[in-house]
Structures are given as C-alpha cells and as structure tokens.
Design a protein around this ligand. Structure first.
Ligand SMILES: [Zn+2]
Length: 384
C-alpha cells in the first residue's frame, strides 16, 4: 500500500468504483476478518465530495487532545483522603503540605540523615524527641497537646495513630449541620499546617515553640476559611465561642415559588439585581431586558467595585435603565429587589419601580414559574 498510495494519503474513494466497493482491491489490502464488516457498512456515496476523517470521540467530529487523553488515560480509584486534602475551601499551600506529609516528602532531620547529615532532636518540644513526621505531627509532646485540645472539643478520640487514619477519624463524624462538617473536614488539615509552621519557625526563624501562638494561628486560619464559606456570619474570635456558635448553627431550607411577571404588550421589562460579598465589600450587579413574550433583548453582568448591597442594587438598576434610555427604548417597566422610591419612578405595592412615558400601567400576570431551593445557615439563638 505504501508503494502505491503512500501511508497517510489513502482515501476510501480509491477503493470505490461508481459508488460500490472495488472487491478485488479491498480483498487485496484488507485483513480477511475485516472484509465482511467493511462490505456490510452502509455507504452514502456522494460524487465530488471528498473523503473526510471524523473523530468519533467528540460531538462535532473534530479531533481534540482532551478527548484522546480521556480515551486512553487510566483513571485511578477515587480516594477519600485525596478528596479531603484537596478541599475547595483550602489554600493550595495547605493541601500541598498535607499531601507531602502523607508521602513522607518533608525535609525533616530523619530525612536528611539519608544524605549523611547527623540525626538531630526535634524543634517543637521541651522534652525533645526525633525530628520525624510522626513526632512533628502526631506523637510529639507539642503535637499531642494541640490534638488533645481539639479532639476533646470535637468529641473525637485522640491516640497515637497514623496521620491518614487520624484524618479519616475526623472526617467520618457525620453532622446534620453543614458548618460542623466543614469544620471537622478542615480543622485537622489546618492543625497539620500550623504544626509544620511552628516547627519551621523554631528551626529557621529563631522563634520559641509556642502552644498559645499555635492555638491563635489555628483559630485565625479556621475563622478565615469559615468566612470564605459563610461570609454573612460574623465568626467568633475565641475557640470557646466559636465552638458554641458552630453548635448552635441551624440549617434552614426554604422553598419558594419564583415567577416572572410579563410586561403588557408593547412594553419591555427590565429586571436588575446587585449584591455585595459581605456588607460592605466587593459588589457586582446584573440585569436582563425581555419583551412581553419573554424574548431576551439585552442582558448584562458588571463588577461595581466596593460598596454596600444597596449601592450594588442601585448601580445595577441605573446601568440597565440608562442602557434603555440610550437605545431610545421608552416603554419599559423596571423591577428590582431595591425597595425605595425615586423621583420619576413610581412604586407599586410589590415594590418594583415602573418607568414609562405613557400613562399605561402594567397588568402583571404569572408567566414563567420556577421553584427555587434556597439553603442557608443562621446563627442559633444564644439561649438555645
Ligand atoms: Zn518535639
């Protein structure tokens, strides 16, 4: 075949005569087992249409490296430990440190002795032990003090076991409240991170190993991560209060119908919303303009700098309204979650602003209905 056609340029059409297989040629070049398969394959012959290679692993038939990789890769089984370590709320540096710890890939003195360095005592305890992974993170006096405190608070047994077993013990505590599960998930990893930081600060930073400082840093990291996950709750800056808060958190699931009310014919409807990450903080907003049939005319999402929820609401609304005015759209109604009256805007009883240069009023009717599940955490009552 190489002699006749060249290895990569052979096309199917060269094996066809008048839209049918050239049997002699096929039998000449194809292994016998494949011949019946080829002859039974339906061909939609189109003269003048050149052969085209189609990559069957993608929907559009075009080759992609990712689809080829997905096809040939060997996926490992999912590990609970890896899933826990690479938690989405954890910074990479913590996940990576724990990952290295589990694989004994940290520059401890025990490790350095393999390069001919002399064995050294640990840097974390007054009664010194060996500077190895087990001592630094689990069995050392310092580590043991830290783990014991948090284990008692979380109602988890603490004894001398492997780090991965210890983490699993923490992660297997099932709670109904999401924040308690999150705390159990993150706390062991934050502890490991800070034990290592304490050891390195003592060894390289000329600091004294210090339990109080370690408790403070673990608290700081924990509240920081809780703030990322639940920014609307003011988390306590003290361990006792924090544990009490977490215990009293209750989860509320609300189900409510959300529906879009059509504008009347000849009118467009502008819906806007804006919000802050926490109040005040980074703000952003968005909006959507549709006609009376729900057809999309314009939509936008904009970052708005720093500010409060109300500023975000207002700026999102003004962006949408000015766009309509610029586009000479005069008949539109505007709705927002903003609950105030403005000059030139009238509020109806359901609190949307209505802007119109005619005397026509809207007659809202339920159009598109949807059910939205909304889950959030609330601080429990202090006396609860
Ligand atoms: Zn030690």
């Amino acid at each position: 075949m190489e002699d006749q056609f060249g290895l990569n340029t052979t096309t199917i059409s060269q094996f066809l005569v008048g839209g049918n297989w050239n049997e002699t040629m096929v039998r000449q070049w194809v292994p016998p087992l494949l011949i019946p398969k080829i002859f039974s394959f339906p061909i939609h012959y189109q003269e003048q249409t050149p052969d085209e290679a189609i990559w069957k692993l993608t929907v559009d038939g075009l080759f992609s490296c990712s689809s080829a990789w997905e096809h040939i890769r060997n996926k490992g089984t999912k590990s609970i430990i890896n899933k826990g370590i690479w938690h989405r709320h954890l910074p990479f540096k913590i996940s990576f440190l724990v990952w290295r710890t589990l694989r004994n890939k940290l520059p401890t003195n025990e490790k350095l002795t393999s390069f001919g360095k002399e064995a050294d005592h640990c840097f974390c305890c007054y009664r010194t032990g060996e500077d190895n992974i087990d001592h630094i993170f689990i069995s050392g006096h310092f580590a043991n003090k830290i783990w014991s405190f948090f284990s008692v608070a979380a109602g988890i047994l603490h004894d001398h076991i492997l780090i991965n077993m210890l983490m699993l013990r923490w992660w297997r505590q099932e709670h109904k409240i999401e924040v308690q599960n999150l705390l159990n998930q993150l706390l062991p990893l934050i502890i490991i991170w800070n034990l290592w930081k304490n050891r390195c600060a003592t060894k390289y930073g000329e600091k004294q190993s210090n339990i109080a400082r370690n408790f403070f840093l673990i608290l700081k990291d924990t509240t920081h991560l809780l703030n990322t996950a639940f920014p609307y709750i003011q988390w306590a800056n003290d361990w006792t209060d924090l544990f009490r808060m977490v215990e009293k958190c209750r989860q509320e699931t609300m189900v409510r119908i959300v529906e879009w009310e059509k504008p009347s014919q000849h009118f467009l409807q502008l819906d806007t919303d804006g919000s802050a990450l926490s109040n005040p903080r980074k703000i952003g907003g968005g909006g959507i303009l549709r006609d009376h049939q729900g057809k999309l005319i314009y939509a936008f999402v904009i970052p708005l700098g720093t500010g409060t929820n109300n500023q975000a609401e207002f700026q999102a609304a003004s962006h949408g309204i000015f766009w309509c005015i610029q586009m000479a759209i005069r008949k539109f109604t505007w709705k927002s979650t903003l609950n105030w009256s403005l000059n030139g805007f009238q509020n109806n009883s359901r609190s949307p602003g209505i802007y119109s240069n005619t005397s026509q009023t809207t007659t809202p009717s339920p159009a598109i209905g949807a059910v939205q599940m909304h889950t959030h955490l609330q601080r429990g009552k202090q006396h609860g």
